[in-house]
Every structure is written in C-alpha cells, then in structure tokens.
Design a protein around this ligand. Structure first.
Ligand SMILES: *Cc1c(COP(=O)(O)O)cnc(C)c1O
Length: 358
C-alpha cells in the first residue's frame, strides 16, 4: 500500500561493469567512482558491493568519503578535488584518504599542517580542460618541493580529458600526450581515463583509470556510439498506472494543454514526476515501457505524475507496471529526448523514490 515509484538497483550488473572496465584497462588499477551517491545508486550499497574487487574508490568531497569509511569501507578513497578547507586535512590523514592537489593554496595549507601520517597525493595536471589543476610548467617547478614535503608519502599524476566522449576529437591525443610526457619526466604513475576514455582511448589507460558512468550501465557517448553496448543496466526506474482516461478529439492533456488529442485516445496517468527525478524536459514522444511493451509520453511531465499514450493498448489496466528506464529502455535514450545526459537522470533521482537492491 504505497506509491509505486521505485528504483531497482542491480548490484551484480555494477560488479560486471566494473570487471569490464578493469579488463579493458588490462587489470591495472581501477578506481570505482562513487561520487554523488554513486550516481544516484546509493554510495554505501555500491561500495559494499564492490569492496572485494575494486582497487579503490573516488568521491568528490570529504563528506562522501567519511560516509563510506563510517560504513566500513576499507579500500583507499580518493578525494577527486582534494580538500576545500584546512580543517579537512587531519581527517584526511586519520581516515587515510587519498587527496588530489590541484592548486598552490592547497599546497601551502598542506605544507603548514602537521599530519598523523603522510598522504598519497594525486597531483592534478590541467592538460587542456582549464577547470582544475596546475599546468605542466607549474607542476614541474613545484615538484622538487612536493618531493621534500614530509606530509606527502606518495604521488600520482592525474588529468582529465575534455572531449573523451567524442572519440574523434584531436584534443584527446593532445591531452594524453601532454600528460604522458610529464609523467615520464617526473617519473610518476599516471591516471587519465574516465569511462569514455576507458572505452574509446586505449592510449589513456595508465596506471589508474577512473570509470564512473560506465559502472552504472549508461553510455558516456551519444546513443549511436556502439562502444558501450556491453554495459549492463544497473537501474530500473519504475512505477504504475494510477488512472486511465478515454478522451475525445480536441481534449487536452496536462499543464499548459500542450497535448491535444486529434483522435479518440486512451491516456494513462503514471505515478512519476519531476519531483522523483524524472526529467521535466522529456517531451511528447519520449519512450516509456508499459506492461513490457513500448509506449510514449504525451503532455507535460508534472511534479508527481506523467501521462502516456495507451490508445493502442486496451489490455493495459490500472496498476500496470511502467518502466521509465531500465532493462527495456536505455536511460541514454530518455536523456536524449530530454536534451540531457544519463548522468543527470541518475543523480537526479530523489529521496522519494524507494530503492530496492537486487
Ligand atoms: C566524475 C569523474 C570521473 C568519472 O567520470 P565518468 O565520465 O563518469 O566516467 C573521473 N575523473 C574525474 C576527475 C571525475 O571528476
């Protein structure tokens, strides 16, 4: 007796996707990126499911890392952006987190702090994305000082590709070459690859790779790109038909009356809306599966409900199961209909949606 909006999380599929990433990288170090609540899948549950095979985990901030440690995760956890304020440093040392260093301010704070143990620092190279990191010249001149810092035990060089999801972009080779050259000069282990690079750019497979979205079964590429076909679906977002209406030509559906029937139509109302994380921008024609067969959205998505075309589906009744994305319907296709990417769909799933781990 409750609202049926549910996300079924397939932990075994996440493990399979992790193994695929690990194999593609020739079994070298593979960090499972579980930031943003494991892309909406539940960070603790995902990390626990991967704890025996993941080499390490990566998160965006210390709160996410503490949540995992507190839940008993013992593998290394990398803070992808390092620390934001100095008070994080003692915790980073005590809880044994790996820490990105991306700017001089962080280095100054680190060098002025006494730690309970020295850190594994991940030096962030800005190889062309211009979002975070030192450029190669800065890192080269800073490096001798970093080597002498008693606060640093170990270092890895990390960079991030701007266009990895566009396999033909010349920027990939430029960034990969720049990062490899610097890693060779400084004699550091290297980490370049996100999911798109793991799948599309073998030259980026360094000592560590950092797959995120591919662990969650979605493609980092446009849906026409076949490289992500072997990925397994990890999230099924589902709900139920809670009302059905037979409408006449001229009748409208939903807010703004943006859909007007041009023939007699049977419309189903589904308990799923943008307050659950379903994208409001998904337009008319966005695919939806009803009772294991394809249907489509008509009318605007509202906060708690959306409406689907059941005109050719006289078999469908109240309580029929609706899959918004999942095994039958790739989240990337829904994302394309909403003008977005599956990352935002997964991370947008709200508290109100029950999660069931299968
Ligand atoms: C989020 C993130 C990743 C994972 O990216 P995906 O595209 O999800 O594979 C890797 N590296 C860094 C630095 C990130 O911030």
């Amino acid at each position: 007796m409750s609202r049926a909006a549910t996300a079924i999380i397939h932990l075994d599929a996440i493990r399979q996707n992790y193994r695929l990433a690990k194999n593609l990288g020739h079994n070298r170090g593979t960090l499972a990126v579980v930031k943003a609540n494991a892309y909406g899948h539940g960070a603790v549950q995902v990390a626990q499911a991967l704890e025996h095979e993941a080499d390490a985990f990566a998160v965006a901030c210390i709160e996410e890392a503490i949540e995992l440690r507190t839940a008993g995760i013992q593998k290394p956890i990398l803070l992808l952006e390092g620390f934001f304020t100095p008070d994080e440093l003692p915790i980073i040392a005590d809880m044994d987190f790996w820490c990105a260093l991306h700017c001089r301010e962080q280095v100054e704070i680190l060098s002025g702090t006494t730690l309970s143990r020295p850190l594994h620092a991940w030096l962030k190279l800005d190889s062309g994305m211009h979002r975070l990191g030192f450029n190669a010249a800065e890192l080269t001149s800073l490096f001798p000082r970093l080597q002498k810092l008693p606060q640093i035990a170990e270092m890895t060089l990390m960079t991030h590709l701007a266009c990895a999801d566009e396999p033909s972009s010349p920027m990939n080779a430029q960034q990969i070459t720049a990062a490899r050259q610097l890693a060779a000069t400084l004699q550091l282990p290297i980490s370049i690859a996100n999911s798109a690079a793991v799948l599309a750019h073998p030259a980026s497979h360094g000592d560590w790779q950092r797959p995120g979205i591919m662990l969650y079964g979605a493609s980092p590429f446009a849906m026409s790109e076949p490289l992500s076909q072997p990925l397994q679906t990890t999230m099924t977002l589902q709900s139920e038909v809670i009302a059905i209406h037979d409408l006449e030509p001229g009748d409208s559906v939903g807010y703004g009356a943006t859909w007007v029937c041009d023939k007699p139509m049977r419309i189903g109302t589904v308990a799923m809306g943008y307050a659950d994380g379903y994208p409001r921008h998904a337009g008319n024609g966005t695919p939806v599966w009803v009772d294991s067969k394809p249907s489509q959205l008509v009318g605007r998505v509202s906060m708690d409900m959306l409406t689907v075309d059941l005109t050719d589906r006289p078999d469908v009744g109240l309580g029929a199961k609706v899959e918004l994305w999942g095994e039958n319907l790739n989240a990337g296709i829904v994302a394309e209909h909403a003008g977005t990417i599956p990352y935002t769909l997964f991370t947008g799933i709200t508290q109100r949606v029950k999660k069931i781990y299968a």
